[in-house]
Ligand binder design. Structure first.
Ligand code: PMP
Length: 356
């Protein structure tokens, strides 16, 4: 008789809840930090042409040479930094952990932060340690330094800005952490387009720093393309755990074309930043809300009876992220992605009714 899953599937994997993606059909979708804008019709036409002529009978360029060259240019990467591409930055986190997960190796981050750091550590059998953020979600630098000393992590992840809190950590504190870390520090700049602050230009200052970015928040979430930048000394080892051809022909072609229109992507990010300011002011003016400052394309806010407000928003056709119950520091918290002006108006109107 065949064995049962209990005998075969690792306990910690069976104990996991599958990553839940709620049905959003017909909703104003403000739950996943997507860019609400599509590319203009002429660019989409050009993409259709590229896709029609793509050689999908062939494996992709394994080194993604043309795309990497364009990315280097677009992202202001230092000339001597190396680059690895991933099927989203999620895959890069996985590669980093697979390459470093020796017996008893640890990954360290803060709490609350991007949930995939913890989850992927569990997939890779890496110990995961997290240091609580302060009440205002700033870094507790002293506790971080103590944790570095105590746990000697192979990897430190810092999301800059942080998800789900939206804030940028203090750059000097990050610098102290990089200098004190016994292993690699990965600064995850997924929301860079909305923050304007970066460690990318400072790679040469630290020999244990890697910087991660994604195109997901800049209008290309459907493509799945993330990148990791840093010294060749580190990246040529990380690259060995990358599955061959992890970035497909169509992703390479479409990303290359989209990056030719960088000014369009930048303009979209500027509109989103302006809407973030407007949304922040309107949210702050609502009775009983506590709004956290954001340098990302989403806003975290606290309100009484968050689960009820979340359901009331949903009934009115607006989907946000309910973080209540996910972590004690996030009790009463909802996270809303900045949408188009019209979507934001619909969210604000629905929220006004839901709070009433
Ligand atoms: N890092 C952070 C901080 C994120 O919030 C996200 C997406 N929610 C990612 C990485 C992953 O992005 P992707 O896999 O789409 O590149």
């Amino acid at each position: 008789m065949a064995s049962k899953p209990e005998a075969i599937i690792r306990d910690e994997i069976r104990a996991l809840a599958a990553y839940h993606v709620p049905d959003s059909s017909g909703m104003v979708k403000l739950d996943a930090m997507e860019n609400p804008y599509r590319l203009p019709a002429d660019v989409r036409g050009r993409i259709a042409e590229l896709v029609a002529n793509a050689q999908i009978n062939r494996y992709p360029d394994a080194a993604a040479g043309a795309l990497k060259a364009r990315l280097r240019d677009a992202l202001g990467m230092p000339e001597d930094a190396e680059l690895i591409l991933g099927n989203g930055s999620d895959e890069l986190i996985q590669m980093l952990m697979m390459a470093t997960a020796r017996a008893n190796a640890k990954a360290l981050s803060v709490d609350p932060t991007f949930v995939m750091f913890r989850l992927i550590a569990s997939y890779c059998r890496m110990d995961y340690v997290s240091v609580p953020l302060q009440a205002d979600f700033s870094l507790d630098t002293e506790r971080m330094l103590i944790a570095l000393e105590k746990h000697r992590p192979a990897l430190v992840f810092l999301a800059y800005p942080n998800n789900p809190t939206g804030n940028l950590f203090d750059a000097e504190s990050i610098e102290r952490i990089i200098r004190a870390a016994p292993g690699l520090v990965v600064v995850d700049e997924a929301y860079h387009a909305f923050a304007g602050r970066t460690f990318m230009t400072r790679l040469a200052e630290f020999d244990n720093l890697l910087v991660m970015r994604t195109l997901s928040k800049s209008g290309l979430a459907g493509l799945r393309l993330g990148l990791l930048a840093g010294a060749r000394e580190w990246l040529h080892h990380i690259d060995k755990v990358r599955l061959p051809y992890n970035v497909g022909v169509l992703t390479q072609l479409v990303a290359e074309e989209a990056l030719q229109h960088r000014s369009l992507l930048d303009q979209q990010a500027a509109v989103i930043r302006a809407e973030r300011t407007r949304l922040d002011a309107a949210l702050s003016a609502m009775p009983g809300t506590n709004v956290y400052p954001s340098d990302a394309n989403f806003i975290l806010f606290r309100t009484a009876a968050a689960p009820r407000v979340f359901d009331a928003l949903k009934q009115r056709g607006v989907l946000v992220k309910n973080l209540h119950g996910s972590h004690p520091a996030l009790d009463g918290c909802l996270r809303v992605t900045v949408g188009t002006p019209d979507e934001n108006d619909r969210f604000l109107a629905a929220l006004g009714e839901s709070l009433a």
